[in-house]
Design a protein around this ligand. Sequence first.
Ligand code: PHE
Length: 363
Amino acid sequence: MDTSALKKELVDLVRAANDMTTLEGVRVTALGKKGRITDLMKTLGALSPDERKLVGAELNVLKDEISDLIEKQALELKKQELDARLANEELDVTLSVRPNRKGSIHPISQTMDELVSIFAEMGFSVAEGPDIEDDFHNFTALNFPIGHPAREMHDTFYLPMDERETGESQKKLLRTHTSTVQIRHMMKNKPPIRMICFGRCYRSDWDMTHTPVFHQMEALYIDKNVTMGHLKGCLSDFVKSFFGIDDLPVRFRPSFFPFTEPGAEVDIGYWKENGELRLGKAPKPENQKWLEILGSGMVHPNVISSCGLDPKEYQGFAFGMGLERATMLKYGIPDLRSFFESDTRWLSHYGFDPLNRPNRATR
Ligand code: PHE
């Protein structure tokens, strides 16, 4: 059998195929189930054993040659295709990049920024204090004498005693509230004092509404002739501004803190609409409900004298607020524990754009 004519014909077809579809067509024509070479293979059965050996070998050589050629042609076509794409596709490296914002501001940081901007307008500046405190600054100077029952309510984390520590008041602990910063600030600064501070606080507590670490803000105003009227005015203005609700109902309820006299808890008004919490004045007075938002009071004379000031000359007020709770209420965040899980999906949902802040609610 002479396969040279067939070979020439197939080789020409392969060489002429200048795209992948045509080449695949040629492959089917030559080697497919009903292809030219395949058809010839099928005729081998009718030949004598000697002829079959000879023709079989020749057809196998032809088959290998053609499929090698097709493979080479395919590689060549792919290379041409890539070269053409590279020649056509242009990339202008001088174009400016598309904004790709990664990361966002944690809601607690956002709240802190908003608070700074509200209190800065009222003349308050920001103070700081350490997370690891001693008994004196966390309790004794705040009028919690040793053995005072209110100490028990703080579920304090104590640090192991150091051999250099001599008395109870040097005992190290993780601060249970930011009132420690009041003490440090009053000991170092002369009135008039107007300061706010923020910080992590620690209590050994863990459930739906408590985490062992949480954030507080504290504010302190000390001057001559400061009254409860100043406290009420400052706090009502502040909560209305923070929540961005002009007629937000605010209620002061007598309460006890060792470091205040008198002390008051502050509630803000809310109501429910279709089971959802709405801050503000209820359309019908009988539906008005109240939420506790912060603790406050006139600074106790014992605290003022612990810091080396004369309580006959100076008075003041202070308040402390949990930042997680305030943030949850303002931004409708349902679960306290999610604040500490570092889940990036939560952060990108509730976080704030770093280039667009602080967005404090304006009145
Ligand atoms: N330090 C108080 C607390 O953690 C809050 C507070 C601060 C209350 C200042 C009154 C005045 O509960």
